[in-house]
Design a protein around this ligand. Structure first.
Ligand SMILES: CC(C)(COP(=O)(O)OP(=O)(O)OC[C@H]1O[C@@H](n2cnc3c(N)ncnc32)[C@H](O)[C@@H]1OP(=O)(O)O)[C@@H](O)C(=O)NCCC(=O)NCCS
Length: 135
């Protein structure tokens, strides 16, 4: 978890949020080095929140981030979650739109995700919330 914490800190996306369970984390390795990480946080009974996704700058634009989205959506479906959501900056919108996510004003978010800490925290108000239904 130490390598992940360092990665997240260096990326500036904030502090590690969500559960501490390693079962909800994925990492990308280059040899012995962690070059990416991603987490899914379960919220309520039906929501999967994609959290803590970082790929080190030297390893971006190779599909690692997309792989992280796919594995987390797959796990969310396996657990029969109904909705997926995340919080991100405008320059990552296109990345997530490709997977069916759409931005949504916080006030219009479905109840099942509206109360997630990151979505109500003033710290993340510059980020938009993106959601998609899971079928
Ligand atoms: C967002 C982030 C995780 C994406 O990681 P990534 O590994 O670069 O993601 P991908 O490689 O799957 O996709 C990134 C882009 O590379 C492109 N790409 C993927 N494989 C490629 C390849 N082999 N050759 C060229 N381009 C490629 C994708 O099409 C995508 O293009 P886009 O700019 O149109 O979206 C990464 O940029 C990052 O860590 N950012 C800082 C932290 C952050 O903002 N995290 C998000 C919080 S929700």
């Amino acid at each position: 978890m130490m390598a992940i914490a360092v990665l997240i800190h260096a990326s500036g996306i904030g502090t590690v949020v969500g559960s501490a369970s390693p079962r909800n984390w994925w990492v990308a390795m280059d040899g012995d080095t962690v070059v990416g990480c991603a987490e899914v946080t379960w919220h309520g009974r039906s929501a999967a929140i994609l959290t803590n996704c970082v790929v080190v700058a030297s390893h971006r634009r190779r599909g690692i981030g997309a792989g992280f989205v796919r594995v987390r959506l797959r796990e969310a479906r396996r657990r029969r979650k109904r909705i997926a959501a995340l919080c991100t900056m405008y320059y990552s919108f296109r990345h997530y739109k490709r997977f069916g996510f759409r931005t949504m004003p916080r006030a219009k978010l479905p109840e099942s995700v509206r109360t997630f800490t990151q979505f109500t925290s003033p710290r993340y108000m510059k980020c938009a919330v993106m959601v998609r239904a899971l079928t």
